[in-house]
Structures are given as structure tokens and as C-alpha cells.
Design a protein around this ligand. Structure first.
Ligand SMILES: [Zn+2]
Length: 422
């Protein structure tokens, strides 16, 4: 490594011959991986890990309890602690870049800065009521302006209209136009639940009932979510779409054609009983796909190696005609994630000149021995807990069991205080 970049890649003898003056480190039996990318998370919700288990059979109640906790019980400092703890968990698992969507996006931005993570922080926007579009849009615009003021070489701002059932059509159109005009990346939840499908296709179900109770008008487009988002211009932003479970072949072709990207979150999808996204079909169609943990409120860990193993096994269980390989999963966790965050070529690969984002995965555990094939050992036998060092832009952010420059003991004590309050 030289500065923030990778100076050379090769065997030990080649590298020593080429860079005789560079310090050399030996990690023993270990894999040096491109930094792992978590394409979809909500770091501000880290304090809600395990808090919503009793609501999991009712998605509406789950969302309501989550929203009440975030808006009414947590202070801004609680949210910052929560996001920072989540960022620590990420770098401990070899994650070097995140796509984070938060309501308190500024707190997530500061958490990424404090821990040294790379990523895109997407400011969330809500607003199911067409009468309030201007008001809600102005709120978003003001928050994005603040976020842009604290962007760095590592962290960019984006926008995230939450979901088709929490943001009305006119507001989605307005945000999509804003994202295009300002060249802001856009992430949103799409085609996630059966309830969402009922809402968009038929105009009924829990989300439609919820709007009716608030006297908010909803006329269903009677399309799939993907075709609805295309109609509104959202897909013209080449968005990153989280979940994409309820998609048919025509939708997958639309995703490919429009350059839309998929944040595949198999553990969250399974835990909430939403179903399984067609991971092998995305790969075969050439749709950009990366893995996302989603928030730990629905996972309950931020560990993309674990996510990758789960994704492969789940795909093989359900899409038996194509067996996804360990190498494909490793590539999805790194280069695929880089494409999803518009960072292809810059991160997600170990090549000369790329940014020095790395994870060192120890291979010495009993669960990894013997190791015949490094990709198979990484995906089928390892987890983020086997990571011994994480580097972002040439800087060690996790090493020797510690997140560098962060008082994790103080954060742990604060997380327990927040638990008591909740
Ligand atoms: Zn999410």
C-alpha cells in the first residue's frame, strides 16, 4: 500500500523484489480480501437489535414500534451512539463500505467519519399524503444540503424515499427528479413484502387500510412495484433497490435495462417472513447485485460473510437449476457491492491503483481447517468474527481486536443504557 491506494499485488517474493524499502507484514495463514461491502443497512437502528422479536408476525406493528422508538424514545445522542456502535460492528466484520439509509442521516454520517468507514449515507424521506409533497420535499432538500456540507473523500450523501407504501407517487417523482438534477445516488426499499404487493397491485391490505384511517387517498397503479417505479422515473436514477423479492422475469429485465441495482438482503427477508429474492436470476441476467444486512433489528447481525453463506444456501435450496458458487458469492460481497455504490473499479478488488480497502481473514480456526479452497473456506466456513484486520483507504480501522481510535467501552455502556430506557 502507498497512501490511500494499493501499490502492487503479487506473491511475497515479487512484492519484496519490487518494493524493497516497504515494511512487510506476515499475517500467517490468512486471506487478504478486497474490503467487504454492505449495500443496505440502517446504522441508526443498531440499538433495536432484538427489540422487535414479538412484532415479527405483523409487519405493520413492527414498523410502528420501530418508528415510535426512533422518533419518541431515542435522543439524538442515543442515535449517534447506536450508529457508531453499528459502524464498529461493521469494521470488525471486515466491512469497509456501507450503503446506509437513515432518518437521522447526519448521525450516521458522523458515525462513519468517527470509525473511518467509506460509504454513501442516504437521507430518508417519508410522506404518503399527496397534500404534503412540497413540505416533505423541502425537509429532505434542507437535510441533504446539510449532509453535503460534511461529505468527504470517503463518504457521500444520497437520498432514500423510504418505500412505495410510505412515500406517495408525486413525492417519489419529485425526489427522483431531484436525484437526477443533483446527481445524487438514490436507494429505496422495493418489492419487499406481500403487504406491499397487495397495496401497489390491488390497493388493499394493511397499508391501504392505514392510509384510509388517516383520510389519505390512494389509487393503486395496479402494476408490480418495479413497473410502478419505472413509470414514476425512479429507475431513471439507476437506483439501488433493497430486497426485490416480488419480481418476475419482466421486472428483472427492467432492472437490467435501466441499470438499477439490487441490495440482496436474504437474512432480513427470511427473518421477517417476506420470502426469497431470485439471487441466481439476478446474477444470470447481469443485474448489479450486492449483499445487504438491512438493520440489525431484522437480521440480527451485520456480517456480510454470514449473509453471503446464507444467500448461497438459500438460493441452492430454492433455485436448484443454478448452483451459485462460493467465488460468485465472494465477488457479490466485494465487486458486486462496489457496483451497487457506484464505486466499481475504485474498491471491491485487489488491483494496483485501486483504493486500499482490505479485510484480512484468519484461516486458522478449527472450523476452517483443513482449507482446500480459499473461496469455499471464506464463504462456507468463515464469518466476520474471523476477520483480524480491516483497512479503509490505507488506514487501519480495526486491528488487534480493537476499533482504532474509538472508545468502545464507553459506547457499550451507553448501548446498555439505551436498552434499559427502551
Ligand atoms: Zn431496509
Amino acid at each position: 500500500m502507498r497512501g490511500t491506494r494499493i501499490a502492487g499485488v503479487g506473491s511475497r517474493s515479487e512484492i519484496i523484489a519490487r518494493f524493497p524499502d516497504f515494511p512487510v507484514e506476515d499475517f500467517g495463514d490468512a486471506l487478504i480480501l478486497p474490503g467487504i461491502v454492505n449495500t443496505h443497512t440502517h446504522l441508526e437502528l443498531t440499538a433495536l437489535r432484538g427489540y422487535l422479536e414479538n412484532e415479527e408476525n405483523d409487519f405493520f406493528a413492527w414498523l410502528r414500534k420501530l418508528t415510535l422508538a426512533r422518533l419518541e424514545k431515542l435522543t439524538p445522542d442515543d442515535i449517534r451512539v447506536s450508529a457508531t456502535w453499528g459502524a464498529c460492528e461493521a469494521v470488525r466484520a471486515g466491512i469497509t463500505s456501507v450503503g446506509d439509509a437513515s432518518d437521522s442521516a447526519m448521525m450516521s454520517m458522523l458515525a462513519l467519519h468517527d470509525v473511518g468507514l467509506r460509504g454513501v449515507v442516504f437521507q430518508e424521506s417519508f410522506g404518503p399524503d399527496p397534500r404534503l409533497v412540497s413540505e416533505n420535499f423541502e425537509k429532505l432538500r434542507a437535510k441533504v444540503a446539510e449532509l453535503r456540507g460534511v461529505e468527504t473523500d470517503l463518504v457521500r450523501a444520497g437520498v432514500s424515499p423510504h418505500a412505495p407504501y410510505t412515500v406517495c407517487g408525486p413525492q417519489l417523482e419529485r425526489i427522483a427528479r431531484f436525484a437526477r438534477d443533483e446527481q445524487l445516488p438514490l436507494m429505496m426499499h422495493a418489492a419487499e413484502s406481500h403487504a406491499e404487493e397487495l397495496f401497489v397491485r390491488e390497493g388493499c391490505g394493511i397499508f391501504a387500510d392505514g392510509l384510509a384511517k388517516r383520510s389519505i387517498e390512494w389509487k393503486a397503479p395496479r402494476l408490480s412495484t418495479i413497473q410502478y417505479l419505472k413509470q414514476l422515473g425512479v429507475l431513471d436514477t439507476q437506483p439501488l433497490l433493497a430486497h426485490c423479492i416480488r419480481v418476475d422475469d419482466a421486472d428483472i429485465e427492467t432492472l437490467r435495462e435501466t441499470g438499477s441495482k439490487v441490495a440482496h438482503c436474504p437474512k432480513s427477508n427470511a427473518k421477517l417472513g417476506h420470502g426469497r429474492a431470485p439471487f441466481a436470476k439476478f446474477l444470470n441476467a447481469g443485474v448489479a447485485v450486492g449483499f445487504g444486512s438491512d438493520s440489525v433489528a431484522s437480521n440480527n447481525t451485520c456480517d456480510i460473510l454470514e449473509e453471503a453463506r446464507f444467500a448461497v444456501l438459500l438460493s441452492r435450496a430454492g433455485e436448484c437449476d443454478t448452483l451459485i458458487t462460493a467465488s460468485e458469492a465472494l465477488s457479490t460481497a466485494t465487486a458486486g457491492g462496489a457496483r451497487c455504490l457506484n464505486l466499481a473499479g475504485k474498491i471491491g478488488e485487489l488491483t494496483e491503483g485501486a483504493e486500499a480497502d482490505l479485510a484480512v481473514l484468519s484461516l486458522t480456526g478449527p472450523h476452517q481447517t483443513p482449507n482446500y479452497d480459499p473461496a469455499a473456506t471464506a464463504i462456507f466456513a468463515s464469518s466476520g468474527r474471523d476477520v483480524i484486520m480491516t483497512v479503509v483507504a490505507g488506514r487501519e480501522v480495526f486491528r488487534d481486536g480493537r476499533v482504532v481510535g474509538v472508545d468502545e467501552e464507553r459506547l457499550r455502556a451507553r448501548m446498555n443504557e439505551i436498552r434499559e430506557k427502551l
